[in-house]
Each structure stands twice: as structure tokens, then as C-alpha cells.
Design a protein around this ligand. Structure first.
Ligand SMILES: Cc1ncc(COP(=O)(O)O)c(C=O)c1O
Length: 630
């Protein structure tokens, strides 16, 4: 770093500025102000050290002395020392509820979305300190500083830096920023500007009082609407949804064709006596059967758990057995038989699982239990070993194996090519049926219409849910004609309120139409490749990214504390998730014993290239910040 005295320096050639250049400005008005150039670290340092950072983005004409054409006003971002400030400010506004999000978070929300995206979404530039220092009169940075001091009275600027960059549209960009401490008036000003509509006390009071807490903590935002790849909170902030809702909004949110179908079908017939048929039901069954040759019988239901209940019930009836084998990292749903076959979470505290619930480990290429001489996963040895144990435990009543082709809640564990065929063989040898649960993998997400098609192995029963309704409750159980015939002969009963309802069935038909019309299966491959390449480059950049896996648009990124030992990085993962949410990216992390924190990344199949790039950009920033905060 080298210093340049600015006192007599009227013109500075921005193009000649180098990373690390430091200016020192003396004089009575500007005592000891440092200008540092290219200073990402300085910026972060300011955030760490001061109450916050004030900054302004500008377009410069080539000299510091030149006129600054503003692309934004002055921004204030609270820093680490100002961490408690959010609480203070909310208290000033009479918000004492500690559940409300801190102001710091709110401000970061505003800032960390790239300006050009805010502009695209008509959000304009965020104006955090109510400042309106006018670019035209800003003859130099010292003047800007002075004006800011006057406008905001007691925001004390301690230190300033400059970040210099090329603008996309040509020309030089300039970001000047200052480390600041806040005084009373500034606090009032900020409180006025930053009260979030997400912090509405009445909403949270009612939520806290009346909602049953059924899982992880609720996100501290109020979602008002959703469209495409984004959900929007009460402040109108766009949050990029990289989990497609609950891994279901396959076509993005509020897709126009789905909206039209719901309106049309709702106005004709939505729900019927369960023994009555309508056209959408028969059409969807025929369409699904055509897509999955060999599985020509279809029952239309409502949720994933329910479809697995039906599949397991059918397998028991048809085989005469009752033992159900599943993977130790599985998730098949929260109801009786499905919950008994779910091992990734929620087993304790609910009494006995169904008798005959057996388990084997899922293959894990990143953390193999059995290794080939070259260190790769010897999944065949693992599978053989596992079935030896099953045979010892079985009372001779094996009915079915239920499996996800890519275990999602289990941390995006992909069954390697060949595994499904081997598993099917194990099942056949024992007279068991193979049930594939394609709740998350079905309808194009993995780059095949159904994930099992990559392997050329057709299961005896397949269940579909989540993606089939693209966000509306619709599930299907598909099976071979002989299995259905046998079940029928034995009096198969699985009768529910919403079985064969026309409204969700019509939505299912539209989902298949849109997937075919818009080439979304192929798109899942192309977009998935782009996303995976981006994630792999993050892995190359950041030590904490231990593994990237999955296929199509169902990908996983495992965060580790130590890449060598693969020690789990739960805390870091949680911090990355928080940082991402601050920046407008919603991702879900799975925490499982024996593994690191795994992000499940599953954007809608309609996601655009630029949305993927935005997600990757935010993820990179979030990892950087989360690491700095360590
Ligand atoms: C593979 C799989 N099967 C079944 C289910 C259960 O579906 P639902 O929550 O609709 O009952 C889930 C839910 O996450 C799932 O991921």
C-alpha cells in the first residue's frame, strides 16, 4: 500500500488507481481521512469495526475531481458493532417483541440485493439514511462527506474508502464508503426509514399465540405473494426460491397455465363423491401411464405420505408379507406406515413403529462405508452386507423395499448407476416388491421424466406427489397391471375424501402439458448443468464446500468444517443459510448425524440462467460473509 497526499492533488486518474492505493487527506475539515482503493476487505473491515458503513455508488468520468453521476443515494449499512442497533431501533418504534427481525438484518436485506436487480423489479435504489446529497453539487468526495455530515448531523464518519470498478454498460463506477458511528438523530432517522412491514406486531403475536410449532422455526418474514422463481415479503423484497416451495413448485410460483386451470376447473367441478369419475382423472391416469410404460394402473391421491401409505398397503396385501425395508436416510412422510419407513428424522417420542420396519444404509459416495481398492464407494459390497442383515432380521414376511432414487431429505444421496438394478434383484430374490418414491425426483426434475428411467429399472410401484401438482396437493400411485389385479382380487381398499378429485387432476394434466410444451425435462438438464458447474466452482474456491452432488435440478452442496477430515460444518452451514436469506436467497439445509450440513438446491424447472447466476452469486457472497463472521 502506498500513500498519496490529496491536499494539493486536484485530479486523480482513476484508471491509474491500483488495488491497495491509499490517499490521506489532511486539513482542518478533513482530518486524517483515508481513501483506500479496491478495498473489499476494507469495506468488510469497516462493517466489523464501526456502527456501520455509509456508501454511495456513482459513475465517475475518469477523475475524482469530476462530476459524479449518481446511480444511487447514500446508503447506510449497519456493521457488526451496530448489531444490537436493530433492537434499539425497534424499541424506539415501540416494537419490543424480540422475535421481530433486527434492523441490521432488514437493512442488509435492502442492500445486498444487487442494484440492477432491484431496478428490474421496480424497487429502485434503497435509501437508508434519508440522505439526498446531490450528485451535481458533489465536486469531490470531501464535499460529499461534508454534506452528509450536515444532512445527518450525528452520523460521524470516521474513515472512508473507495471501491473502483468497471460498469457493465461502460465507464467507471465508484463506490465510496465510510465507517460510521451513529448518534441519536441518526438512529431516529433510521428507525423511521427501516421499520419493516414484516415486523407487524399483531401478526407475530397471533402467530406466536395460535400456531402449533410443527418443525423448524418459522422464517421471520410475512410472505405476501410469489411469482416465478421468487417469493415476495411484506416489504416487497424479492427472495429467490431455490427450494421450489417445499420442493414442489416445479413450474415456479403462480404459473399462468396453472392459475387458468384452477380457475376453469374450480368453476366446473372441483370435488366429487369418491366413487364418481370425471374427465381430468381418467386423462391424467392415461397420460401418466403413457409416460411410464409398465406402470399402467394409477390411483390419484393428495399427499406424498398418503401415496406411500397406499403403496405399502398394496404391497402388503399383494405379497401377504408385512415387513418393509427402507434406507436409514429416508423420508417418506409423516403418517403411520410412511413414518415407520422414515429414518432421517422424527422417530423418537411417538411409540412403536409398525412391526416389521427394517433398515439398510443408503450408499454415500462422499462418505463410503465400503471401499474399492481405488477408494471409491463399493456399494455392491455394502448392499450385499445390508441384505445379509435383513435376512437375519426378517421373520419371513418381507413385503417391499421403499426407496427414493435420490434421497433428498437424507442429504441428496444419489443411488449410483447400477444400484437400482441390484436392489430390484435383491427384492425379486425375496418375493418383495420395489416401491420407488419419486415425490421429489418425478416429473422431469432430474433430467428424466422419472429418475428410475436413467437406470432402465421399472419399479413394481411408483409414487409421485410434490412435483406432480407443482405446488397443489396431488399424488399418484402407479403400478403394474398384475399387481393391481391381485390387489383388486384381495379386496384392496384405500378410500379417501379426495381420491380422484377433478380439480387437482386437472392441474396434473396441465403440469404434464407445460413440461412437454416447454421442453422442461431437457431444460432441467441444461440449467442443472449450469448450476452444478457454478457449485463446483464454489467448491474450488471455498474449502468449506466438501462435496457437490445430485443431478438435473436436484443438487446438494455439503458444507464441512474441514475438507480433509470431512468433519461436519453444521454451524457454518446454518450461518451461510442465514446470510443467503439476508441477501434474498432461500435455501434449505439438512442436518443429519454423520454428515455435514447439506444444502438441497432445487429451483423450479422454469428457472432462468440469470436467476441461477444470481443464486450462485448470492451463495458465494454468503459463504464469504459466513466465513468472515467465524
Ligand atoms: C421423498 C418424499 N416422499 C414423501 C414425502 C412426504 O410427502 P408429503 O409431505 O406430501 O406427505 C416427502 C416430503 O418431503 C418426500 O421428500
Amino acid at each position: 500500500m502506498f500513500g498519496i497526499g490529496l491536499r494539493n492533488q486536484r485530479h486523480v486518474n482513476l484508471a491509474a488507481l491500483q488495488e491497495g492505493t491509499q490517499f490521506r487527506r489532511g486539513g482542518a475539515d478533513h482530518a486524517q481521512i483515508d481513501f483506500r482503493v479496491g478495498a473489499e476487505e476494507t469495506f468488510q473491515q469497516f462493517r466489523q469495526e464501526g456502527d456501520g458503513v455509509i456508501f454511495r455508488a456513482a459513475q465517475a468520468d475518469g477523475s475524482l475531481q469530476g462530476r459524479l453521476a449518481h446511480i444511487g443515494k447514500d446508503f447506510v449499512m449497519p456493521g457488526k458493532q451496530g448489531a444490537g442497533m436493530g433492537e434499539q431501533l425497534l424499541a424506539r418504534r415501540g416494537y419490543s417483541d424480540s422475535r421481530t427481525r433486527s434492523l441490521q438484518q432488514r437493512v442488509a436485506d435492502q442492500f445486498l440485493q444487487p442494484l440492477h436487480l432491484r431496478a428490474e423489479r421496480g424497487l429502485g435504489a434503497p435509501d437508508l439514511c434519508g440522505g439526498d446529497t446531490d450528485g451535481a453539487s458533489s465536486r469531490d468526495n470531501g464535499k460529499v462527506l461534508q454534506e452528509c455530515k450536515i444532512k445527518h448531523g450525528d452520523i460521524k464518519i470516521i474513515d472512508i474508502g473507495i471501491k473502483y470498478y468497471q460498469l457493465d454498460r461502460g465507464g467507471n463506477g465508484l463506490l465510496w464508503f465510510g465507517r460510521i458511528n451513529f448518534g441519536e438523530r441518526a438512529m431516529d432517522n433510521l428507525a423511521e426509514n427501516f421499520a419493516s412491514l414484516n415486523d407487524e406486531p399483531a401478526f407475530w403475536e397471533a402467530a406466536n399465540k395460535h400456531l402449533t410449532r410443527y418443525g423448524p422455526a418459522f422464517e421471520e418474514i410475512i410472505v405476501e405473494r410469489a411469482e416465478g422463481s421468487f417469493v415476495y415479503d411484506a416489504d416487497g423484497r424479492a427472495i429467490l426460491d431455490f427450494t421450489s416451495g417445499q420442493m414442489s413448485a416445479l413450474l415456479g410460483h403462480t404459473h399462468a397455465d396453472i392459475v387458468a386451470t384452477v380457475n376453469r376447473q374450480m368453476a366446473s367441478v372441483a370435488h366429487l363423491f369418491s366413487g364418481m369419475l370425471s374427465r381430468p382423472v381418467v386423462e391424467l391416469a392415461a397420460r401418466l401411464a403413457a409416460l411410464a410404460p409398465g406402470l399402467e394402473r394409477v390411483q390419484l391421491l393428495t399427499t406424498g405420505a398418503e401415496s406411500n401409505e397406499a403403496a405399502i398397503r398394496m404391497a402388503k396385501l399383494v405379497t401377504g408379507g408385512h415387513e418393509i425395508v427402507a434406507f436409514a436416510q429416508s423420508w417418506h412422510g409423516m403418517t403411520g406406515a410412511a413414518a415407520s419407513a422414515t429414518y432421517s428424522a422424527g422417530r423418537r417420542g411417538y411409540g412403536p413403529a409398525t412391526a416389521g420396519s427394517l433398515v439398510i444404509p443408503a450408499p454415500n459416495a462422499y462418505r463410503p462405508r465400503f471401499k474399492n481398492p481405488d477408494g471409491s464407494n463399493d456399494w455392491q459390497a455394502e448392499l450385499d452386507d445390508a441384505f445379509e442383515l435383513i435376512d437375519r432380521q426378517s421373520t419371513g414376511n418381507l413385503a417391499a423395499f421403499i426407496a427414493e432414487p435420490i434421497l433428498s431429505s437424507g442429504g441428496i444421496l444419489e443411488l449410483p448407476l447400477g444400484y437400482l438394478a441390484a436392489l430390484k434383484k435383491k427384492c425379486e430374490e425375496r418375493g418383495m416388491l420395489l416401491i420407488l418414491d419419486e415425490a421429489q425426483t418425478g416429473v422431469g426434475r432430474t433430467g428424466h421424466m422419472f429418475a428410475f428411467q436413467r437406470d432402465g429399472v421399472t419399479p413394481d410401484i411408483m409414487t409421485l406427489s410434490k412435483t406432480l401438482g407443482a405446488g397443489l396437493p396431488l399424488a399418484a400411485v402407479m403400478t403394474r397391471a398384475e399387481v393391481e389385479q391381485k390387489a383388486f382380487e384381495r379386496g384392496f381398499l384405500f378410500y379417501t375424501t379426495h381420491v380422484s378429485d377433478p380439480l387437482p387432476a386437472a392441474v396434473g394434466v396441465t403440469v404434464l402439458d407445460v413440461v412437454a410444451r416447454d421442453g422442461l425435462v431437457e431444460q432441467a438438464i441444461a440449467r442443472g448443468n449450469r448450476l452444478k458447474e457454478g457449485l463446483v466452482s464454489l467448491q474450488q474456491r471455498f474449502e468449506c464446500v466438501g462435496d457437490v452432488r445430485g443431478r438435473g435440478l436436484l443438487l446438494g452442496l455439503e458444507v464441512v468444517a474441514d475438507r480433509h477430515t470431512k468433519a461436519p460444518g453444521f454451524e457454518l452451514g446454518a450461518r451461510i443459510m442465514q446470510e443467503a436469506m439476508l441477501r434474498g436467497l432461500s435455501m434449505n439445509i439438512v442436518k443429519l448425524p454423520g454428515m455435514g450440513g447439506v444444502f438441497r438446491i432445487a429451483p423450479a424447472l422454469t428457472v432462468s440462467d440469470s436467476e441461477i447466476d444470481l443464486g450462485l452469486e448470492i451463495l458465494a457472497d454468503s459463504i464469504k460473509s459466513a466465513q468472515l463472521a467465524r
